[in-house]
Design a protein around this ligand. Structure first.
Ligand code: PFF
Length: 452
């Protein structure tokens, strides 16, 4: 405990918990197909550049804000900005974005759970071709209750971890689930690469095809990097508020970034060899996981087992991320509205469950009701990814680069001078000029106000 506030037990816990937030559906489900569509190895190189130049500095900045203030993401800006209360709007943006993201993230997480159960019961054997799978997936979404039940089970799982508390719930679950996730990922990667023609998939994934790279590829890579590292949305601020005073923020940020990138690359080595081995077109878009992959598993011996392991991986990755998004809301309601932690968690669970149910129905029986031509599900994704996330990142970098007291920032990152940070000047320059400029471009590009 620190000033009556819980802290994570060890430095390793800090890394595992933050990596748990970062590693999610974005790495395993989204990264491989975005890379596949954007020139494979070429995208990977650009992505690594974005992570190092922009992701890492913003992640470190959020860690500094969180640990320095030891408050939720709204309270953190209020306390650091002191008299200029306007900055706390960044915190409100992050709480609102976490709520809206949970609205669709819970739904997709529910699907991963459904596919896991279908694999365990062996019913996945009926998913024999992409056409049949597409029909089954559509029928599942159109079912009035099934997708909602899975979504709600996922909400309850998340709620259970959150009410168990910062140490017994969040920290303990990350310490159990993250190593398991890595083991599963490595086993699946070996299985996939050793399939006939698996190496062809690897070549496709790693071979840089620069002809597919456009200016938009850079912005896609940057958006993916921010979503994947869980930055701009208050998660890392909230988690860092539970770090110990002697946690090294520099190495924690570096390790989290490394783990997150390794998982994204490993996910590609699971998906592409399997896809090539089955002779399917690689750039199959978002349906890759729920439509293409089940039929591939069915061509393998022990297909249901591999399928169950793969979807368990997705469930674990999704769960550690939904926990972090939920904690942003719980910590905010608990500390700013002065409710007990349990009641704060209940309020966050009820509100997100309601939003997720409506988002799920918006893909099913309510699909004809749209907002500006998009279903609620798509609208939540578009609004958060295109507007709230880049704006959050933009103002976070401006805040740390220009507003936060330089001595306080330096002290926080160096643990009051105990650690060396030779890159401090470069870090500040990136936050002051480079990150805001690029994030502004992403925002203008995504909102259609600027084109390349
Ligand atoms: N980083 C998670 C992923 O890659 O799936 C998703 C996520 C979690 C985004 C938490 C944002 C966040 F605040």
């Amino acid at each position: 405990m620190k000033n009556g506030r819980a802290t994570f037990g060890s430095r390793l816990s800090a890394i595992l918990v933050a990596a748990g937030s970062a590693v999610g559906l974005g790495n395993i489900w989204r990264f491989p197909y975005v890379a596949g569509e954007n020139g494979g190895g070429a995208f990977l190189l650009i992505y690594i550049g974005c992570i190092l130049l922009l992701g890492l500095p913003v992640l470190l900045a959020e860690f500094a804000i969180g640990r320095n203030s030891r408050r939720n993401s709204v309270g953190a800006y209020k306390s650091i900005a002191e008299k200029s209360k306007g900055w706390s709007i960044i915190g409100y943006n992050s709480v609102a974005a976490s709520f809206l993201i949970l609205g669709f993230y819970f739904v997709v997480s529910g699907w991963t759970l459904e596919y896991f159960i279908t694999s365990v019961t062996g019913d996945i054997a009926e998913y024999t071709s992409s056409t049949i799978n597409a029909e089954r997936f559509d029928a599942f979404m159109l079912h009035p209750v099934r997708p909602i039940i899975y979504t709600l089970i996922f909400v309850l799982l998340t709620h259970t971890v959150i009410v168990m508390g910062v140490q017994k719930g969040i920290e303990r679950s990350a310490k159990m689930l993250m190593p398991l996730l890595f083991i599963i990922l490595i086993v699946l990667s070996i299985r996939s690469i050793t399939l006939p023609d698996g190496i062809e998939g690897l070549k496709f994934f790693f071979r840089p095809d620069f002809s597919k790279v456009t200016a938009g590829t850079f912005l896609d890579a940057l958006g993916q990097a921010f979503f994947s590292l869980s930055i701009s949305l208050g998660c890392m601020i909230t988690y860092a508020s539970y770090f110990k005073d002697d946690t090294d923020l520099r190495t924690t940020a570096l390790n989290v970034t490394l783990l997150d990138s390794v998982v994204a690359v490993l996910a590609g080595t699971v998906i592409f060899p399997a896809v090539f081995s089955a002779g399917i077109a690689p750039a199959a878009g978002p349906s890759l996981v729920f439509i293409t992959l089940p039929s591939i598993f069915n061509t393998m011996s022990l297909g249901a087992v591999w399928s169950a392991i793969f979807f368990l991986l997705l469930v674990l990755a999704a769960l550690t991320s939904t926990i972090s998004l939920h904690e942003v809301l719980t910590a905010y309601v608990h500390e700013e509205w002065h409710l007990s932690r349990k009641n704060a968690a209940r309020a966050a669970t009820l509100a997100t469950a309601l939003l997720a149910c409506v988002a799920s129905l918006s893909l099913g029986i309510w699909r004809e009701y749209t907002i500006c031509g998009s279903t609620l599900f798509d609208a939540l994704d578009l609004l958060t990814a295109n507007i709230m996330l880049p704006l959050g990142g933009l103002f976070t970098s401006l805040f740390v680069g220009w507003k936060m007291n330089g001595t306080v920032l330096h002290d926080e990152i160096t643990n009051r001078g105990k650690l060396k940070f030779g890159m401090y000047r470069a870090f500040v320059i990136l936050l002051r000029y480079v990150c805001p400029l690029l994030l502004l471009m992403i925002f203008l590009y995504n909102s259609g106000l600027f084109s390349l």
